[in-house]
Design a protein around this ligand. Structure first.
Ligand code: DGJ
Length: 568
């Protein structure tokens, strides 16, 4: 298609966005601010994603998929993330084939799963392998990124209007197809591309990229810097201020010469490209759109990780460049999960983790994301490779687990399913928090429902020094002096914060579960099940009773704790 026709096509599609966004059809899955949380609304109700992402090429393999669906059920998932390659649906220019998409939808419906599609378009992990061969093979029409050596690499340049035009046409066709074949609303959201950014260099050094880099920083970005100076991500603000806090100039003038300005330039460039793609898609079918990010590891430089991706230091730039993208999400397989998710969760960026761990610490991550950061949910990467649910990184040749329902992930997702209505309600009211503990962070204080609540790694009362090495809990205030706690390998004590008697004792501690929203008591816990410390005089001095709620390794389990108060 001629370049001018592609540009017109993009403009028309972009204009249609405003109309589509203004009067949305509420039956389409969408994000909604409910009280203190932004939630994903599905069939009119908030939805908590108990997710897993299939390996990259799984959707193309019909036989394999048939073996995967029952596993997802055993693991208690409600949402599966599935990659769709642009090359699979547009094998020849303008000829579309949605067999792969329809197969996933049919399987998901039969197995009571919802779907998040990952649009592997121009970039997957920054690289362009999923683009159709007719695109990859024509690097004159679809220019590539060039790196410092002058070599072109297998990455499409995000500066090409031609590439954006043809990808927009394909992506829009994909969404038109979803709109027409999915009145059931099986598809909940779309991830746009995958872990974008420049690999092996800090920026694209093709001739158009060099020219754009010498141009003034776009007005939209300069305005954002001026309007949000006080709340800018610290790294961005530091770079801007260090270069003199200018109101105009080219990238090196405004952000300083070097890697930082290279990366911010790429963030803006990818953001603009993908923001236009997202807007064109929303104009036909306004599903929520998110990106995912390959996180920079400490000590690495832009280009060691994809430079310009939607990482925390680049989030303000992405927000300004791509208002049609609803959230930018982290892929997390490292230990400092809590730190990362709290940085990604901002008022303008609700939290979702599309790629996380599936071992026990991953379950702790899932609980933390939804309990402490009001997350839309959690998804385990490579869910169809079940070895990843017992070890990470997976060891070659390791035997997959036999009993999926007994795995930590299946148990954790079962409890999240049971508690989802309560968790979502408490996300909105704000009466919820969570703790995530390990050897380096063995204790956490939470203020909730008029109490200072201390969550510690579980220990035994005959050995106060030995603790477990991983523990987690979600705590929800259930009313006056009452809490629902779901946790594993932790112990929880309470100290009143309001005026009145200064020690909280356990009035009742029930282990139980919910059936259709009703609390059902399984066991009334007392004695050894709640005794934490027999040194009662020491405990009284600390304004503690010596008892508390204890959660074992078999969990996560749920307890309802009622407190009474007395003076020492
Ligand atoms: C991150 C990518 O986003 C995934 O698609 C996948 O390739 C994993 N890395 C591999 O662990």
């Amino acid at each position: 298609m001629a370049r001018w026709r592609i540009s017109i096509l993009i403009s028309i599609l972009t204009i249609r966005v405003a109309a589509a966004l203004a009067g949305g059809d509420p039956s389409i899955p969408h994000l909604e601010q409910r009280g203190q949380a932004t939630q994903l609304i599905v069939d009119g109700q908030p939805w908590l994603i108990r997710g897993g992402e299939l390996n990259n090429s799984a959707a193309t393999d019909a036989q394999y998929l048939n073996t995967v669906w029952p596993q997802l059920t055993q693991l208690n998932l409600n949402t599966v993330l599935v990659g769709i390659g642009w090359g699979w649906i547009e094998p020849a220019e303008g000829r579309f084939d949605f067999t792969v998409v329809d197969r996933v939808l049919a399987g998901a419906r039969k197995n009571q799963q919802r779907v998040v599609f990952l649009w592997f378009g121009s970039w997957k992990n920054g690289v362009s392998t999923f683009a159709p061969t007719w695109v990859k093979a024509d690097s004159t029409r679809f220019p590539r990124v060039r790196v410092q050596s002058g070599d072109a690499i297998e990455m499409l340049s995000p500066l090409s209007a031609e590439t954006l035009g043809v990808e927009t046409r394909a992506y829009v066709r994909f969404l038109e197809h979803l709109k027409s074949v999915d009145p059931q609303r099986t598809v909940l959201m779309i991830q746009l591309e995958n872990e974008v950014g420049i690999n092996s260099d800090s920026r694209d050094r093709s001739a158009p990229a060099d020219r754009a880099f010498e141009q003034p920083v776009p007005a939209g970005l300069m305005q954002m810097l001026g309007q949000h100076t006080a709340t800018l991500e610290p790294d961005l603000r530091r770079a801007w201020v260090a270069a003199g806090g200018k109101n105009e100039g080219n990238w090196s003038a405004v952000f300083g010469k070097g890697l930082v300005s290279d990366e911010l330039f790429m963030a803006w460039t990818y953001g603009r490209y993908m923001g236009q793609l997202a807007a064109a898609g929303k104009a036909v079918y306004p599903l929520p759109i998110f990106t995912n990010s390959w996180l920079a590891r400490p000590g690495t430089l832009p280009g060691d990780y994809p430079s310009g991706g939607p990482q925390v230091p680049n989030l303000d730039v992405w927000k300004a460049a791509a208002p049609a993208i609803d959230l930018n999400c982290p892929d997390i397989s490292v230990a400092n999960f809590a730190e990362i998710v709290s940085a990604f969760h901002r008022p303008d960026n609700p939290l979702f983790v599309p790629e996380g761990l599936g071992i026990a610490s991953g379950v702790a991550n899932a609980f933390y994301a939804v309990g402490a950061q009001r997350g839309l949910g959690y998804s385990v990467f490579g869910i169809d490779n079940t070895v990843r649910l017992i070890m990470f990184p997976p060891v070659m040749g390791a035997q997959p687990p036999q009993d999926l329902a007994a795995l930590p992930l299946a148990r954790g997702y079962a409890v999240l399913r049971e508690l989802a209505p309560m968790i979502l309600e408490h996300q909105a009211s704000g009466a919820i928090d969570a703790a995530w503990l390990n050897a380096g962070h063995p204790s956490q204080e939470i203020t909730l429902g008029g109490y200072q609540i201390r969550v510690d790694l579980r220990r035994t009362f005959w050995d106060q020094k030995t603790v477990t090495d991983l523990g987690y809990a979600i705590i929800m205030s259930g009313g006056e002096n009452e809490f629902y706690i779901v946790g594993a390998d932790v112990q929880v004590t309470f100290q009143p914060q309001s005026t009145g008697p200064s020690i909280a004792g356990l009035a009742d501690d029930e282990a139980g579960h919910f059936v259709n929203g009703q609390w059902v008591v399984d066991r009334r816990l007392n004695g050894d099940d709640v005794m934490l410390n027999y040194k009662l005089a020491d405990q009284a001095r600390l304004r503690l009773s010596g008892s508390g709620a204890r959660f074992g390794p078999e969990g996560p389990t749920v307890q309802r704790v009622k407190l009474y108060r007395y003076d020492p």
